[in-house]
Design a protein around this ligand. Structure first.
Ligand code: FES
Length: 127
């Protein structure tokens, strides 16, 4: 742990602990943090769902599901969007973008971001 002003930095694991598409949920200081790797980028969020406080970072990781429309704009079924990975809160099923922390339908619900970086094979979060 090192200190930069009021922000504390914590080593939470090695790069190998979070392979592509993976996650690591760790207790860090006074918080529980979920760290995710999507398309090579790391994202970290507090493990507290903005709905009712559930352990959102421990939910299913799934691609967004989008409705496909035909030329007449009638439904042609549904398709996964691997470019928009979501996490699904295990308590009531709210979905959040892993990349943005946003709920797809409501700006009221948004995950709390945590700064994350990878340096020399170690992953650090700071807050
Ligand atoms: S607490 Fe997460 S969906 Fe309700």
């Amino acid at each position: 742990m090192s200190s930069v002003g009021a922000t504390e930095e914590y080593a939470v694991g090695s790069a190998a602990d979070i392979p592509e598409g993976g996650r690591l949920v760790v207790d860090v200081g006074s918080k529980t943090i979920g760290v995710f790797r999507v398309e090579g980028l790391l994202y970290a969020w507090e493990n507290t769902c903005p709905h009712q406080g559930g352990p959102v970072c421990q939910g299913l990781i799934i691609p967004a599901v989008n409705e496909v429309l035909d030329e007449q704009r009638a439904s042609a079924g549904f398709a996964f969007d691997e470019g928009d990975m979501r996490i699904v809160c295990p308590w009531h099923g709210f979905e959040f973008s892993i990349a943005t922390g946003r709920h797809p339908a409501s700006a009221r619900f948004r995950l709390i971001s945590v700064s994350v970086k990878e340096q020399d094979g170690t992953i650090y979060v700071s807050f």
